[in-house]
Design a protein around this ligand. Structure first.
Ligand SMILES: *Cc1c(COP(=O)(O)O)cnc(C)c1O
Length: 462
């Protein structure tokens, strides 16, 4: 083991150096993947030297998601304290289902859940768990809602046409989960958004009334705190009033931007969050924790138990349900996703988490200001969002982002809103500074200048 730990340290150091010198790795085309790297598995063991060389090559050719030039997805950076926690979780290799096996790590997880419930004003009956990602947190929410709506479903199955409501801008896990759950993709109702991408409550209400009149059984509304493309926040209060009226479960999908609960400056974006039945947040997005770290909490501990507990005499042999976390989790064996968030939170405090979130919004302001001051850019996104959507010199966003990626210059993606396609810069790496954001634009502009065909072909197309 010691020898492999030394190898680990040496590889990690090489990676850090490489990330510094070369923040974007030249991608290996899929057609050359198995030629450039020896990924084969064979009957015979590899020699130590060959194993080490191959591993190093693999590590150094993998996309670098922790660098200052990775803006491609809704995560980024590498907080050292969180990374430390995750490395320790691997070493300890507990499974979180029982206190007997996880011991004090159960307390770590419970402390995080408890503090989040407190912070968002959930009452004494609240509880939660760590799910394998935001999609699965949404799945758990929808399941609790389904079972709360009709207790018989877990035993008898779904017998009526149940409907789900979510905005047109929400995450794709909603229809996917509806399919998993026997509800059906066709029973998902996509509610229109306003000009800034927020769900329109009147449209929600109208759709529910219509469905009830047609014999459907509405049971679940998903609101989003930070839509995946624009980073928009659905208005909680009016949606919650509709949910109360029709007795529907209200979930707030905060996978992307639920982290604003830590910022006194931005928590207003999820104002009235205490009116929701469940809330999920990915600490691996705004809160700088390694993948994956997704938390779901609910005001109704009872429903969490009702939907997820199952007796198992071979598993639950000591301690009470409150400390045997397998009684409320989706999985059986479950890795310790809590420790990395705990080491981060413990070391920087809630105030440190707040600073991270505030810095992301600050960097977004920097980017928006830059775009607004430069006539070659068009801005499509709005204030109070860390997704900055823009086009440069009218270059089709897909073409620009792909060219930047293939040349190993910059990792940034594109998105669409109302048929408008644009580059989506996400300022989620809280380790970045103003100069890093300005550097992003500089690289992009220099690249375009060196590749005039990007601009010309667009003019030609028009
Ligand atoms: C990222 C995201 C998810 C999915 O989270 P995963 O951890 O990737 O499964 C769900 N909802 C929203 C709004 C997201 O941005």
């Amino acid at each position: 083991m010691q020898k492999d730990l030394q190898l680990f340290t040496s590889l990690a150091e090489k990676l850090l150096t490489a990330e510094n010198n070369d923040p974007v790795v030249d991608p290996i085309p899929t057609s050359e993947l198995y030629e450039q790297l020896d990924l084969t598995l064979s009957e015979e063991p590899a020699t130590d030297t060959y194993f080490e060389e191959t591993l190093e090559k693999l590590v150094l050719n993998t996309p670098r998601t922790a660098t200052k030039l990775f803006f491609n997805q809704l995560f980024g950076g590498r907080h050292p304290k969180a990374t430390l926690g995750d490395l320790l979780a691997v070493m300890l290799n507990n499974s979180m289902y029982t206190y007997k096996v996880a011991g004090p790590q159960v307390g770590v997880e419970k402390e995080i859940l408890h503090k989040i419930c407190d912070r968002i004003g959930y009452g004494n009956d609240s509880d939660g768990t760590f799910a394998p990602g935001g999609s699965m947190s949404n799945f758990m929410a929808m399941l609790m809602a389904r079972d709360a709506h009709a207790k018989a479903i877990p035993t008898e199955g779904v017998t009526k046409k149940m409907t789900v409501y979510t905005s047109i801008e929400s995450h794709y896990s909603i229809p996917k989960n509806a399919a998993f759950m026997g509800i059906g993709r066709e029973q998902v109702r996509y509610i229109d958004t306003n000009a800034v991408g927020e769900m329109v409550p009147e449209k929600l209400s109208a759709q529910i009334t219509k469905d009830i009149a047609e014999g459907f059984a509405p049971f679940f509304v998903n609101a989003t705190a930070g839509t995946t493309v624009l980073g928009a926040f659905d208005p909680i209060k009016p949606i919650s009033e509709i949910c109360k009226k029709y007795n529907l479960w209200l979930h707030l999908d905060g996978a992307y931007c639920g982290g604003v609960i830590f910022s006194s400056k931005y928590t207003h974006l999820v104002k009235d969050i205490e009116l929701t039945d469940s809330f999920s947040v990915n600490a691996h997005k705004m809160l700088g924790t390694p993948l994956s770290c997704s938390i779901i909490v609910t005001q109704h501990k009872k429903h969490l138990y009702d939907s997820f507990s199952n007796d198992a005499a071979y598993l639950y042999q000591t301690d009470g349900d409150d400390y045997n976390l397998g009684k409320t989790s989706l999985q059986c064996g479950r890795r310790n996703d809590a420790l990395k968030f705990w080491t981060l939170w413990k070391s920087v405090g809630s105030k440190g988490l707040e600073k991270m979130v505030d810095n992301q919004f600050y960097l977004a302001d920097v980017a928006r200001k830059y775009i607004s001051n430069h006539p070659d850019y068009t801005l499509y996104s709005f204030d109070d969002s860390i997704s900055i959507c823009f086009n440069y010199k009218n270059i089709p966003a897909q073409r620009l982002c792909t060219a930047l990626y293939q040349s190993g210059e910059l990792m940034v993606g594109f998105g669409t809103f109302r048929n408008q396609e644009f580059v989506r810069l996400v300022t989620i790496n809280s380790g970045n500074e103003k100069k890093d954001i300005l550097h992003f634009f500089k690289i992009l502009e220099t690249f375009v200048e060196a590749h005039p065909s990007l601009v010309q072909s667009e003019v030609f197309q028009q």
